[in-house]
Design a protein around this ligand. Structure first.
Ligand code: NAD
Length: 295
């Protein structure tokens, strides 16, 4: 069984995952570019390494939680160049990344005896911290079997979607729907308010009827109607997901007129919400939801 696990990227998601792994008895080594993240890791009892290659060399399984596919690729290349892949490794890439990059890395690493799984997640920082994420896996069954003990510590639901890249595709489809539901739910609640029905009352009906979604059941009650707008997921990262979903649609000759419109409405220009602000601000509805805690 894998005992030593590395985590590279200790942001809203990676830090929670590192803590969950620690709580499940793994020895955890980690790296993040940000000194504050490294300081928090040390406080939590995580072995902070000075380089990503150090994490790879010290670990049997390495969990990546990085903003972009380019960061994922660069991290693996740095590890290869530094000779960090000495013993067999399994890379579990939980970043919301790109299928083409995952396929390329999986093929390259498998040639030299290492596994690479695209393993994007759903469940947010709360799911990461409580080990209750949903994971959408792409890759070969032999590597999935090897990754299972680590995935069990991170997730309450693991779906092996298919070959390399399948997890990334599933995640982008999911998050394009999240982007749509955010705007359609906000619009529905705005209609309720404009017609004299309070958003809270409309939401409780929607959540016992067919218009509901995770957005109406979880996100709007917790982070919009409370006015807190602090879900821990940035608008910039969500815009990346929308952009990647539309690129996938273009590459696949798939017409997505609704999603194209949603992408325009999600833009910084149209929404007035900056990349570093919480993505829930896109769901701001009419009355009673002024922002209370963040910019
Ligand atoms: P974040 O911005 O909070 O954290 C990213 C971390 O990566 C930062 O600490 C940053 O310093 C570090 N980093 C950036 N480049 C690096 C590099 N080259 N090497 C090492 N560290 C580096 O992001 P997040 O919200 O934790 O998201 C991480 C990934 O998970 C993203 O791909 C995101 O799309 C995905 N995701 C996020 C959520 C969420 O709710 N926050 C949910 C599901 C998936």
């Amino acid at each position: 069984m894998t005992q030593s696990v590395g985590v590279i990227g200790l942001g809203a998601m990676g830090m929670g995952m590192a803590r969950s792994l620690l709580a499940n008895g793994f020895s955890v080594a980690a790296f993040d570019l940000a000194p504050q993240a490294m300081a928090r890791a040390k406080e939590a009892g995580i072995a902070a390494q000075e380089t990503p290659a150090g994490v790879i060399e010290a670990s049997d399984a390495i969990v990546l939680s990085l903003p972009l596919a380019s960061h994922v690729e660069a991290t693996i290349e740095v590890g290869l160049a530094a000779g960090a892949f000495k013993s067999p490794k399994i890379i579990i890439d939980t970043s919301t990344s790109e299928a083409a990059v995952s396929r390329r890395l999986a093929a390259k690493l498998s040639e030299i005896g290492h596994g690479f799984l695209d393993a994007p997640v759903s469940g947010g920082p709360q799911g990461a911290a409580s080990g209750s994420l949903s994971v959408m896996l792409g890759g070969d069954a032999q590597w999935v079997a090897q990754a299972n003990p680590v995935l069990d510590a991170l997730a309450s639901k693991v779906i092996h979607v298919g070959p390399s890249g399948a997890g990334n595709i599933a995640k982008l489809v999911n998050n394009m729907l999240v982007a749509c539901h955010m705007l359609t739910t906000a619009e529905g609640l705005r209609l309720a308010e404009a017609s004299g029905l309070p958003a809270e009352d409309a939401l409780s009906v929607i959540n016992s009827a067919t218009g509901r979604s995770a957005l109406s059941e979880i996100h709007f009650p917790n982070w919009v109607l409370t006015g807190s707008f602090d879900s821990g997921f940035s608008a910039g990262l969500m815009r990346k997901d929308v952009r990647l979903a539309l690129e996938l649609a273009r590459d696949s000759d798939c017409s997505m007129p609704v999603s194209e419109l949603v992408a325009k409405l999600w833009s910084e220009e149209s929404s007035g919400i900056a990349d570093d602000q919480d993505f829930m601000l896109l769901g701001r509805v009419a009355a009673g939801t002024e922002e209370k805690t963040n910019g």
